[in-house]
Design a protein around this ligand. Structure first.
Ligand code: IMP
Ligand code: MG
Length: 175
C-alpha cells in the first residue's frame, strides 16, 4: 500500500492557534498555576509548543496509554502503560492530548485521574474529530475541529511514522 500525505494544517497556522490557546490557559490558571499532563507520544509536539507560551507557574508530567495498534482504527480497548510520575492529588491537572477521536482514551484518562483527588481536571486537545465520537467527553480547549480523516504529523503517527512532520497532514492509503 502506498502512503500519501496531503497538508491540512500548516505549521504557521498551528503555531498561531496554539499561542491563542496558551493565552486562554494563562488567563484561566493565572491564580493557581497548572500541571500539564502530556499524553505520550502523540501530544509531545503540541505540549512543548503550548508550554513555551505559558507565563503562569507550570509543571509537566507524562502518561502513556495505548489504544491504537498499527492501523487507522481504534482497537477499542485501552491499556495504561505509564502512570504520571508526580502526584495528582491537590493539583490542577490539564490533560494535553493530540486528538480526540472516539473519546475512549480521554474518558479513560479523565475518570482515572478524577479518582486521585486532583483540585481540578481539564482537557486541552490540539485536534477534535467529533464525527467519530463513541464516548461523550468534555473538552475545555480545542485547537482545531477536523472532519473524519486520518491525520499524521506534529506528533501524530501512522504505525509510528510521520510524527516528525512539522504540519498536520491527511494520510491517504493507495493500492
Ligand atoms: P480515541 O480514544 O479514539 O479518542 O483516540 C485517541 C487516540 O488515538 C489519540 O490520542 C491518537 O493517539 C489516536 N488517533 C486517533 N485519531 C488519529 C488520527 O487521525 N491520526 C493519528 N492518531 C489518531
Ligand atoms: Mg494520543
Amino acid at each position: 500500500m502506498k502512503e500519501e500525505i496531503h497538508i491540512r494544517i500548516r505549521e504557521e497556522e498551528l503555531y498561531k492557534r496554539i499561542a491563542e490557546l496558551a493565552e486562554e490557559i494563562n488567563r484561566d490558571y493565572a491564580e493557581t498555576g497548572v500541571r500539564l499532563l502530556c499524553i505520550l507520544g502523540g501530544s509531545v509536539f503540541f505540549t512543548c509548543e503550548l508550554a513555551k507560551h505559558l507565563t503562569i507557574p507550570v509543571t509537566m508530567d507524562f502518561m502513556r496509554v495505548s489504544s491504537y495498534g498499527d492501523s487507522v482504527d481504534s482497537s477499542g480497548s485501552i491499556t495504561l502503560e505509564q502512570e504520571p510520575h508526580m502526584s495528582v492529588e491537590n493539583h490542577h491537572i490539564l490533560i494535553v492530548e493530540d486528538i480526540v477521536d472516539s473519546g475512549r482514551t480521554l474518558a479513560f484518562l479523565a475518570n482515572g485521574l478524577k479518582k486521585k483527588n486532583p483540585k481540578s481536571v481539564k482537557v486541552c486537545t490540539m485536534l477534535d474529530k467529533p464525527d467519530r465520537r463513541v464516548t461523550p467527553v468534555e473538552i475545555d480547549y480545542t485547537g482545531f475541529v477536523i472532519e473524519d480523516y486520518f491525520v499524521v504529523g506534529f506528533g501524530l503517527d501512522y504505525a509510528q511514522k510521520y510524527r516528525n512532520l512539522p504540519y498536520i497532514g491527511e494520510l491517504e492509503l493507495k493500492d
